[in-house]
Design a protein around this ligand. Structure first.
Ligand SMILES: Nc1ncnc2c1ncn2[C@@H]1O[C@H](COP(=O)(O)OP(=O)(O)O)[C@@H](O)[C@H]1O
Ligand SMILES: [Mg+2]
Length: 401
């Protein structure tokens, strides 16, 4: 068996310990596989078929980052990342016992207590063979705070997402391109939530809402959903481009759009969206005392359009936050998105695509590293792929992949 690494080797600041290297013939060596955290500022992509270990590897990466004091926002479309909170610091059977699946224990011919004991033993031995003991788990626990957010539900911490119609920070208002992107993708996200797939340039729903948001935000004024509903009926302008508003989008048609938003607002399922902690990136990344946080935004329970809405909004907020920071060449924070399929596709243009591309192109300057996991490289837009400096490759399914 390989020698256990020393604590100094593990804990070298700026190096994430991912395992041990293999020889060209596939045997494990004694050499630690250390990943330079700086390399994550040029982002990482993790591809491999289901079961190839993508989520496992990325959880390892997040844990190493946390130990190094690097916070993360994690978007979890499948609900697999919550396991990060199962840390069992003493590796004692009593810590495993509440999580034992009685059915699984029975299938193995064990009582739940026996199964907890066996599982604790398995973990202890498994971790020890990699030179890790309870002290390192404790270290992880002491390094960061872990939280699971569940927008639209109070199963975890509810997240109040409609703050995104609040005016963006001044740094973003001053940048014309960034401002336009922010308006366009906020509107696309909202329309996605209404089940309307509108084109930013051609479709009048998009054009009207964009005009309303721009109008308010340019003056630094916030807008909430009731305000938006009102503004659709009585916009603060009479023209769109050079055309008369009534000719482009008559009042009776605008009423239809405002009703759709109103129905959303009034539906019982919508109340949780308005409650909870405000979506504030710096709060997701650090506690008030400055302790790094790993904030998991779990969206598995949501409908497809709701997921798209949340992802778009989180990415937009991250961009806005990032632009308000000073530049840096070291890694400051991570965005990890598991199973990114459908959010950053090569041909289609969902609302999440633009902010994702912006992040991959610009986040580096602010020390924000993106880690994306998916099953096939062809799931992702090549303009984004070419911005990923690290590729973690698992088993792939086809030659083309
Ligand atoms: N490096 C590894 N060594 C051994 N088993 C692993 C490793 N990484 C993951 N696994 C196991 O393989 C299974 C699938 O891993 P997972 O990370 O969920 O794959 P994916 O996200 O690619 O579908 C899990 O049961 C996990 O515990
Ligand atoms: Mg996975």
């Amino acid at each position: 068996m390989a020698n256990a690494p020393t604590a100094e080797e593990f804990e070298k600041l700026g190096a994430f310990w991912l395992g041990r290297t293999q020889s060209p013939t596939g045997e494990e060596t004694d050499e630690l596989l250390l990943y330079d955290s700086k390399d994550l500022t040029t982002h990482a992509l993790c591809v491999g078929m289901t079961g190839s270990g993508k989520t496992g590897l990325c959880l390892g990466l997040l844990e190493e980052a946390a130990i190094d004091g690097i916070p993360a926002i994690v978007i979890d479309p499948k609900g697999d990342i919550g396991n990060l909170l199962l840390q069992f610091p003493n590796l004692q059977p009593s810590e495993f016992r509440p999580w034992v699946d009685a059915g699984e224990a029975a299938r193995k011919g064990r009582t739940p207590d026996e199964h907890a004991t066996k599982t604790a033993e398995l973990w202890r031995k498994g971790l020890a063979s990699w030179g890790q003991g309870p002290d390192r788990i404790k270290r992880l626990q002491d390094s960061a705070e872990f939280a699971i957010y569940t927008p639209g539900s109070d199963a975890g911490i509810p997240l109040q997402v409609l703050r995104s119609f609040a005016a963006p920070p001044p740094a973003l208002l001053d940048d014309a391109d960034a401002f336009r992107d922010r308006v366009a993708s906020s509107v696309s996200g909202l329309l996605a939530l209404l089940g309307i797939n509108a084109d930013p340039v051609r479709d009048r729903e998009h054009i009207l809402l964009s005009s309303i948001l721009s109008h308010h935000w340019r003056d630094g004024r916030d807008l909430d959903l009731p305000g938006l509903i009102h503004a659709i009926q009585t916009p603060p302008f009479q023209r769109i481009g050079v055309m008369d508003l009534e000719a482009v989008y008559p009042a009776k048609d605008r009423f239809g759009l405002s009703m759709a938003l109103n129905n959303l607002l009034a539906s019982p399922g919508f109340a949780p969206w308005m409650e909870g902690e405000p979506l504030d990136i710096s709060r997701l990344l650090w506690t008030a005392e400055g302790t790094p946080r790993i904030s998991i935004i779990s969206i598995a329970h949501l409908s497809e359009s709701e997921r798209m809405f949340i992802v778009t909004i989180v990415l937009n907020e991250l961009i806005a936050w990032m632009r308000s920071q000073s530049g840096t060449s070291s890694l400051r924070a991570l965005l990890y998105m598991d199973e990114v399929f459908g959010y950053f596709p090569p041909v289609a243009n969902p609302p999440s695509k633009k902010p994702m591309l912006t992040l991959l192109k610009q986040a580096r300057a602010y020390g924000v590293g993106c880690v994306l996991a998916t099953q096939n490289p062809v799931d992702l837009d090549y303009k984004g792929l070419s911005n990923c400096g690290t590729w973690f490759l698992g088993r792939l399914q086809t030659e083309r992949d």
